[in-house]
Design a protein around this ligand. Structure first.
Ligand code: Z5A
Length: 222
C-alpha cells in the first residue's frame, strides 16, 4: 500500500544546483536554530548514515560502472532512494522523534530535478517510489537558485582543491539547465513549502536571507 509522505514541522530541506552555496547556508541555519535553544541535526543526501554514505560513494564515482557500462538512470534513481530509505529510518526519523530539528542538504526534490528533469525519468515513477519508501517530507524547502554558469564556476573552483568533478558534475550544461528548470517548476507548484532565494549574491547575503526566511516561516506557524 502506498502512503502520502507527511510533512514534519521540524524538517527543513535545502535544494539547488551545483555551487548554489547549500553548505554555507546549512551552517547558518543550524546556528540560528541552535541559538534559539534547539537540538539540530544537519545532514545530507545522498548520505547521512554509514551505509547511505557508501551508496553516495558509488553514485558519485565516475568509475562506478565497468568499462563499456554506464549507470542507467533507473539505477541511479533506485540507489538515491536506497540511500534515502536508510537515511530516513536511521537518522531523520529518530532525530525528529526525540524533538530535534533536521536540516537536510537535498531530499526527494533533488531526485525530481536530477533524475526526473535531468535524466528524463517519469515524475510519477519518482512519486510512486517516494510514496512507498519515504514516509516523510520537509515542511519548508529553501531553494537556492543560481544560474548554471555561475554555479558551475564556483563548483569548479572548489573541485580544483578536491581532485576534480564527480560523475554527476561531469554532465553538460543542458542537463543542469533542466535540473534548474525542474526545481523552479516545483517551487512554483508548491509555494507554501518552498522559498526561492537568489543565490547569485555574496555568500553572507544569501545566508542572511535564508535565515530570515526560516525565521519568518517559523513565526507564521500556528
Ligand atoms: N543528487 C541526485 O542526483 N539526486 C538526488 O536525489 C540527490 C542528489 C539527493 C551530490 O550532491 C550530487 O547528488 C549532486 C546532486 C545529486 N550532483 N551534482 N551535481 P551534493 O549536494 O553533495 O553536490 P553538489 O550540489 O554538487 O554540491 P555543491 O556544488 O557543493 O553545492 P553547494 O553545497 O550548494 O555549494 P557549496 O559547497 O556551498 O559551495 C561551492 C563553492 O562555491 C565553494 O567553494 C563556496 O565557497 C563557493 N560559494 C558558495 N556560495 C557562494 C556565493 N554566494 N558566492 C561566491 N562563492 C560561493
Amino acid at each position: 500500500m502506498s502512503i502520502a509522505p507527511r510533512m514534519h514541522p521540524r524538517f527543513v530541506s535545502l535544494e539547488g544546483g551545483e555551487g548554489a552555496g547549500k553548505t554555507t547556508v546549512l551552517v547558518a541555519l543550524r546556528s540560528a536554530l541552535q541559538a534559539a535553544g534547539n537540538e539540530v541535526v544537519s545532514t545530507r543526501e545522498p548520505g547521512g548514515t554509514p551505509l547511505a554514505e557508501r551508496i553516495r560513494g558509488l553514485l558519485l564515482d565516475q568509475n562506478a560502472a565497468g568499462a563499456g557500462e554506464t549507470v542507467a538512470p533507473e539505477t541511479e534513481l533506485l540507489l538515491m532512494f536506497a540511500a534515502r530509505a536508510q537515511h530516513v529510518r536511521h537518522t531523520i526519523l529518530p532525530a525528529l522523534e526525540r524533538g530535534a530539528w533536521v536540516v537536510c542538504d537535498r531530499f526527494t526534490d533533488s531526485s525530481h530535478a536530477y533524475q526526473g528533469g535531468g535524466r528524463g525519468l517519469d515524475p510519477a515513477f519518482i512519486d510512486a517510489l517516494a510514496a512507498q519508501v519515504v514516509p516523510i517530507r520537509p515542511s519548508l524547502t529553501l531553494l537556492l537558485d543560481v544560474g548554471v554558469a555561475q554555479g558551475r564556476e564556483r563548483a569548479r573552483g572548489r573541485n580544483l582543491a578536491l581532485g576534480g568533478p564527480d560523475r554527476i558534475e561531469r554532465e553538460r550544461d543542458e542537463f543542469f539547465e533542466r535540473v534548474r528548470a525542474t526545481f523552479l517548476a516545483r517551487a512554483a507548484a508548491e509555494p507554501a513549502r518552498f522559498r526561492v532565494i537568489d543565490a547569485s549574491r555574496p555568500a553572507d547575503v544569501v545566508a542572511a536571507d535564508a535565515v530570515a526566511a526560516l525565521e519568518a516561516w517559523r513565526e507564521a506557524q500556528p
